[in-house]
Design a protein around this ligand. Sequence first.
Ligand code: BG6
Length: 477
Amino acid sequence: MKAQKLLFPDGFLFGGALAANQCEGAAGTDGKGYSTADALTGGVFSAPQIPPKGFYLKEEAVDFYHHYKEDIALLGEMGIKVLRLSIAWSRIFPNGDEEEPNEKGLKFYDRLFDELEKYGIEPLVTLSHYEMPLYLATEYGGWADRRLIGFFEHYARTVFERYKGKVRYWLTFNEINMILHAPFNGGGIQGKPEEIDKSILYQAVHHQLVASALVTKAAHEIDPGFRVGCMIAGSPIYPLTCDPEDVLEAMRKDRESLFFGDVHVRGQYPGYMKRFFEENHIRIQFAQEDEEILKNTVDFISISYYMSYCATANEEKNTQSQGNIMSAVKNPYLEESDWGWQIDPKGLRYILNQLYDRYQLPIFIVENGLGAKDVLVEDGNGSYTVNDDYRISYAEQHLREAAEAVRDGVDVLGYTSWGIIDLVSNTSNQMSKRYGFVYVDRNDDGSGSLKRYRKKSFYWYRNVIETNGACLEECEK
Ligand code: BG6
């Protein structure tokens, strides 16, 4: 039986996503400073190596810094409408607390945005994607220090002024809610989350929330046409059973993340957090002006979506499944990827509806994709390819659910497939965990020619974009 029409709205922004620290490489080039991402040489949960020593993959990554023209040409050939990328803060302000920006760093992004324009690709820029100048972590203790708000605002104003006319869509902090689970990765705060005083952790969260609101205000002042969004790791939390205790536990867990959306969209702390702070003896310093600043709310929200989680109040049923940065209770109904991430396309429809019902703001899906091992094979035309049907199937299922959400009435702005060109994984720091529709010949040990190859998914996605998603419907039997 043929399903009903799966339609994406006209102008739906199909695209891809990258992050500076995972693709650019050129770690010490043109005056760039070390970033916190450079220090996590063993992945998100490794102890930071300060300064980074010896071989580490992100130092060169996939050398997007020098391959961007070739890469953007490939993306142009794929027909993408938008490229989500991030600016490396440490390229613009190598230490983070300078007055004057690094002109060479600014020039790189000038060239990059100009190149995108040639292909009619709209940039969607994250100001801080799991990256900040390492110096701010070592000398200031990261986001726990209030002075970072000023440094971040100065950085943001610098790039807003510089790229006005070239960039319209901005995101403040990547997966801002993940600072709770990986504090150095998200906030330059050293130590394991369970060992860090919760007042310090939530103080850092507060500083980021204030900084996010401040730069949203700055963006609107500098160019009223700017559209600024927050970015949240979106994972719906299902109760493991219908036991009311499980339902309440799921609500509690869900609010750990919804809190970030609530502040960004409603401009104030929700009541449930006040209770949480009280019961956990968490004290946050609010400066006098903070309440006013937080009222500068976002224009849209954005999410990454890889999986859903379950929650239970029953310790015995608490079998953990590894997820993206945080782990949670395993869902017995779902399959998982090679890295143990549970795959749940319907969860995407669910969370889009949940967030839209809650906020009534447009939603951008700025990350989604399957990290998998790829095998490069001859393509019969003298080149190489990857027959990544598994990736196509994953993306197809998720896009169908996004289309269902559109039919549910959710205002979905676009979809940028994560790591559209293979890059270094964030959690595991591997090359072998690949997401791309373009293969990059580089291996975990750093070997490889850095040559780019079109995977089967490259052609599939081109077709999806060309037909504005209509070809997904044809596949539906
Ligand atoms: C998101 C991050 O959490 O997930 C990305 O924003 C990351 O930076 C992506 O790469 C996939 O995770 P991983 O660990 O497979 O690279």
